[in-house]
Design a protein around this ligand. Structure first.
Ligand SMILES: C[S@@+](CC[C@H](N)C(=O)[O-])C[C@H]1O[C@@H](n2cnc3c(N)ncnc32)[C@H](O)[C@@H]1O
Length: 274
């Protein structure tokens, strides 16, 4: 008998066709599928799971109950798919389960998924890293709630960098969130995307300014399952990418001589690529 396996599967932001092929395969192979019905669309599980697979709604059980299932998997050689929303590496409480399953001698793996921040960026047709505007994305959340934030990770500290922020788990405290962003230097006209249940049938996506975020959420009663993308990159046209400029060369491409001269002159003068 094999040792049993637990696969932590990222289901993506909601839509059943945003799960990866590997994730769907792991669900199809599973004897037991554990998933949070409130966070992962039912089709994501039912479209792939075997007809006789045991389906367990994790929102109704505690960590100890999940461990009981892992113990059974170890004893009986079962394959378990533990389905998480978005990507399991972000706020999924995966680590404690991963470590416990490994200690039980189970084969353990993580299958990555499309995170909500990628889905929200896609929903508004935006790249989050625009040349000369923002080259970093901070994935964070507001302090408060059940999870304390380390002191150095206050939202205002990240806001001081002025780059693109993807703020999770904070919709219930938008007033505090906006105060923190202002304290960190974001102006009232900073572009914000408010994304509720992106890729679900009832998704809501609003593009607004920082000073409109509270009213936007209040009007539409967006307290949960909402993500905020904040920063100039969301409104900027940006400048030309150097990588795809004809004057730029790399291992696989030679530069055009004239374009190369123009690009070097622009760089020396501190101007954007022509
Ligand atoms: C516990 S975290 C899980 C994040 C998930 N692991 C991911 O990578 O997207 C839940 C938070 O993710 C965000 N979220 C998850 N799914 C979302 C969706 N479909 N649309 C908007 N925000 C979502 C919300 O901020 C929500 O409060």
């Amino acid at each position: 008998m094999n040792s049993g396996r637990v696969s932590f599967v990222g289901a993506g932001p909601g839509a059943a066709d945003l799960i990866t092929l590997r994730g769907a395969r792991r669900i199809a192979e599973a004897d037991v599928v554990i998933w949070a019905a409130s966070l992962v669309m039912e089709e994501c599980v039912t479209e792939h799971a075997q007809a006789d697979a045991e389906l367990v709604d994790s929102s109704r059980i505690a960590h100890e109950d999940v461990l009981r299932i892992y113990r059974r998997a170890a004893a009986e050689g079962l394959r378990v798919a533990r389905v998480h929303s978005g990507d399991p590496s972000l706020w999924g409480a995966v680590q404690e389960q991963y470590d416990a399953a490994a200690e039980l001698g189970l084969e353990v793996e993580i299958v990555p998924g499309v995170s909500a921040f990628s889905a929200a960026a896609a929903a508004v047709g935006r790249e989050l890293t625009i040349p000369e505007v923002a080259q970093s994305v901070v994935l964070t959340r507001l302090e408060g709630g059940k999870t304390p934030m380390p002191e150095r990770e206050k939202l205002r500290e990240f806001a001081r960098h002025g780059t693109t922020l993807a703020i999770f788990l904070s919709a219930a405290r938008t007033s505090q969130m906006v105060d923190e962003l202002r304290a960190g230097g974001y102006a009232d006209d900073t572009p914000v995307v408010v994304a509720y249940r992106t890729s679900w049938p009832d998704e809501i996506t609003v593009r607004c300014r920082l000073d409109e975020v509270e009213a936007t959420c209040k009007e539409r009663k967006l307290w949960r399952q909402t993500l905020f993308l904040v920063g100039a990159a969301l409104g900027a046209r940006g400048t030309r990418s150097h990588l795809y400029h004809p004057g730029h060369f790399h291992t696989f491409r030679k530069p055009d001589a004239g374009a190369r001269r123009a690009l070097r002159a622009a760089r020396a003068a501190g101007r954007p690529a022509p």
